[in-house]
Design a protein around this ligand. Sequence first.
Ligand code: IPE
Ligand code: IPE
Ligand code: MG
Length: 225
Amino acid sequence: MNKLKHLAIIMDGNGRWAKQRGLNRTKGHERGAEVVREITTYCANYEEIETLTLYAFSTENWKRPKMEVNFLMKLLERYLKNELETYMENEVRFETIGDLSPFSNGLKRAIKNLKEATKNNKKLTQIIALNYGAQDEIVRAVKRVLQENKEISVESISSALDTPYSEVDLLIRTSGEFRVSNFLLWQIAYSEFYFTKTLWPDFNSAELEKIIDNFKNRERKFGGI
Ligand code: IPE
Ligand code: IPE
Ligand code: MG
């Protein structure tokens, strides 16, 4: 049976979930944040899972209407401030990947405070991808390697990524889209993929459990026979 140490999720479909109900897209994002809490708690209490990486805002998502972008930033700031107890109760360490430099000072502070407050938590590392694009991450990593006068190699690039390289075992995308949308290109070289039609606000731990069972029984070959 395969071991699931690193799970990554492209949380997609918030807008469509809201639209189906005649609601504003922002309602889908609000509901999506609650699913983040449920899935993170589930993963923290699933012993084998060490890392959960969640795609929350891509380098391409700035193309959205300003009102939606602003709403997402506020929602994120509120989530990071209000969920401290959930992080502590479930012993979850908070980390990010992506270029945080364009964010507001308030959001940057909330990110920094939560990282600091949760840094000794050991059950799960939750990595939220914020203003994240894998191509951007790889370019920044290569620049770091060159600045340090190191040789370009798989190892040197891996260790210069936003968080030290950790291979993804299973990548899930919700909402029925079959694409990667610039998420974790380097780290998914040998990942197993699972695409579900479920929209992110309807996703839950019961479905995750079924997906993990499916993953457990797959044959992973890593180029061997
Ligand atoms: C994913 O849901 C959340 C973010 C990208 C922030 P979407 O907002 O992309 O929802 P759809 O794809 O429009 O339904
Ligand atoms: C990917 O979803 C980004 C996140 C889930 C944060 P998008 O909805 O932005 O991706 P595309 O545009 O459909 O590929
Ligand atoms: Mg989408």
